[in-house]
Each structure stands twice: as C-alpha cells, then as structure tokens.
Design a protein around this ligand. Structure first.
Ligand SMILES: Cc1cc2nc3c(=O)[nH]c(=O)nc-3n(C[C@H](O)[C@H](O)[C@H](O)COP(=O)(O)O)c2cc1C
Length: 345
C-alpha cells in the first residue's frame, strides 16, 4: 500500500479501503445520505454550501442518527467565497465532524485563512481541499496553510457535475500531475479523484492513476436518500451520452438566482430548454420569466440540474449504502481482472 493510501486509512479507521466518498452537494446531501454512506464504510460529506445558518442543526440531526459516535464520522463541505468563518467555527462546537472540505474560495488568501483557523480551533479535524488546477495546488502547498492540508480532492472539471473552474482537465490528466507535485514538495498527502466516476470501473481507473480513493456526486443524487426532487432524479435517469447532454455554463446559475459565483467558476448540468433558448439568443429577462413559470409548475425541462458526464451510465436509483459497496468492490474486481488480463497474474 502506498504511504498516501496508508495515511488515509489511518485518518479514518472506520472506513474501508479503497475509500469511497459522497461529495458535499448543496441542497442535496443531507444527514440521511451521509449516514448511509458511513454505515457502508464510506465517508459522506454534508453539503453545507455557503449559508451556514442551519449547519449546527444539521449536525445535531446527524448526531441523532449516529447517537453513540464521537466525533461524528462524517465530513462537512463548505463553499468558501460567501461563507462566514466565525459561524462555521462555532457551529462545529457541539458535534465536531472528523473532516471538513473546502471549495471555491474567492481568493487563495481566503482559503489559507480558513485552513489556519480551522486547524487552530479543531486540530483533530482533517482538512480536505477540492482543487481543479495544478496552479492552485502549487500555491496552496507553498503558502502559509500548506502544512494544514490533509487530503486533496482533484476535481476533473471536464467531467464533474456542479460547480468547478470554467476550464480544466479530467481526472486522467489531473490526478497523476497532482500526485507528482505533492511528492516533489516532500509531503505525503492522499489525493482523491472526483469527476465522472459512477461505478467500479471508473473508480478502478482513478486508483490506477494514483488516487487513494474516489469522490462521487452525481451517482449519489440517484439514491433514495438524496434530498433532490423526484423530477430532477427522473430527468437524470433518462439522460444518456453525458458529454453531449451536459455542459458547463453560467446560465444555470444566472436564472436560478445564484449568479454571484466568482467569475472563475461555472457549473456543469443537464442541457435543457433554458440553455437552448439562451444559446439561440433569447433575452435573459424572457428566459427568466419562463424559468420562474417552470419552477412553479415543476417543469424540469427548464430547471437547473447539476450533474456530471457519467450520468448516462446510471440506470437506476440505488440505496446509497449499496452504491458505496458496489463501487468499492467493483473497483477492486476491475483492477484484479485488468492485472490478470494484461500482467498475466
Ligand atoms: C448537484 C451538485 C451539487 C454540488 N454541490 C457542491 C457543493 O456544495 N460543494 C462542493 O464542494 N462541491 C459540490 N459539487 C461538486 C462535487 O464536489 C464533485 O466535484 C462532483 O460532484 C464530482 O463529479 P460527479 O458529479 O461527476 O461525481 C456538486 C455537484 C453536484 C452534481
């Protein structure tokens, strides 16, 4: 086992290897989902987003589902550019989690500040940072918070669902380069792969690239425990050919009232009527009116549905715990079969 994978295992001894994580997804990953992920040997992240007003209540709810376990064997994902650091730190007091996940800072300095403050208040909490470029990784490692990072999530934005950098590679390019840069810095930091992974084969590919585990977002939307609307789930189940039928754009945010994301980010979601009208020149005001009507009538053909390119391979809703087990076992099986086929083992 590599030093990185062994370190990851030692951080979260209640998990099974390879580590399967459910991504924090604002508005969709709540206590039921992350508890199910934990119970199957994975690590689930609460999608706290940027408005942390309900974070403390959500942690209390999660604690009620896992009453005898301290610290809470879950993580919390925060979108930094709009989040309040003091509210965050105070919200963790009653039920501290084992991990936090930082994403989308306004600036590199903001990310450093959050890491340094979280480590000084809660030294036992492991810090995950999700990044989409080698440039960001190098700056983070060389900066004042470099020593505080425990796990890096390599977000391959060429496939990943939801927000990420407007431009970027897939995990195929990103994971090996991240691993090399970290090793060259002299640090041992496990890398997790995120973006387009929905099954054991995808996870096996990420592990072969040098990841110590994987993160999935879209796959966990299509679980009964996910809080996403039924219409959203149904739409995704009927979607195939994710490279053609999802895209990265800012129009999904603009129309649903979250156009305040910093310019370097956009979001990948299912292509729909809203996008087609935008691309054929419809005025934003008219498109917004249609969006509002669709919201009132539940017409998902026009609403924002963030998801990744792997969506086409997902055939059914599957309980979150089963997803964890099938992806973990499927990854090991796929690696074993590849070794037999190509290395004569
Ligand atoms: C609906 C949705 C919401 C998301 N919300 C967040 C979020 O709140 N915080 C975050 O760090 N990442 C968020 N992400 C991105 C995930 O962290 C992850 O990078 C992505 O889901 C991986 O790609 P995949 O969806 O193909 O598995 C979201 C993704 C989706 C699909």
């Amino acid at each position: 086992m590599s030093k990185e994978t062994a370190l990851l295992k030692s951080m979260f001894s209640f998990t099974k290897t390879p580590l399967i994580c459910s991504a924090p997804m604002l508005g969709t990953t709540g206590p039921d989902l992350i508890t199910a992920v934990y119970k199957s040997g994975g690590l689930g992240f609460l999608g706290a987003g940027f408005d942390l007003t309900n974070l403390s209540a959500n942690l209390a709810h999660t604690h009620s589902l896992l009453p005898d376990i301290t610290p809470l064997p879950i993580g919390i994902g925060v979108i930094l550019f709009r989040a309040d650091l003091s509210l965050f730190l105070s919200s963790l007091k009653s039920h501290p989690p084992v991990a936090v996940w930082f994403f989308a800072p306004e600036t590199a300095e903001q990310l450093d500040t959050w890491i340094i403050n979280t480590k000084s208040h809660y030294p036992q909490i492991k810090i995950f940072v999700q990044l989409g470029s080698v440039k960001e990784l190098k700056a983070l490692l060389a900066g004042p918070a470099g020593e505080g990072i425990d796990v890096i999530v390599a977000q391959g934005v060429a496939d990943s669902g939801g927000h990420g950098l407007c431009r970027g590679a897939s995990v195929v390019g990103l994971v090996p380069e991240f691993r090399n840069v970290i090793r060259e810095s002299g640090r041992v930091i496990p890398v997790l792969a995120a973006g387009g992974i929905v099954d054991g084969c995808g996870a096996a590919a990420a592990l072969a690239l040098g990841a110590s585990g994987v993160v999935m977002g879209t796959r966990f939307i299509l679980t009964p425990e996910c809080a996403a609307a039924d219409g959203f789930k149904e739409y995704l189940l009927n979607l195939s050919d994710g490279g053609q039928n999802t895209t990265r754009t800012r129009i999904f945010d603009t129309l649903r009232g979250t156009g305040f994301w910093p310019q370097q980010y956009n979001g990948r979601g299912a292509m729909n009527g809203t996008l087609r009208d935008d691309e054929s020149g419809m005025a934003e005001s008219e498109n917004r009116e249609l969006y509002e009507k669709a919201l009132a009538s539940g017409d998902w053909e026009r609403l924002t549905m963030f998801c990744g390119t792997g969506v086409g391979s997902i055939q059914d809703l599957q309980p979150a715990g089963e997803v964890v087990v099938s992806v973990r076992d499927g990854a090991v099986k796929a690696l074993w079969e590849a070794a037999q086929e190509f290395a004569g083992l």
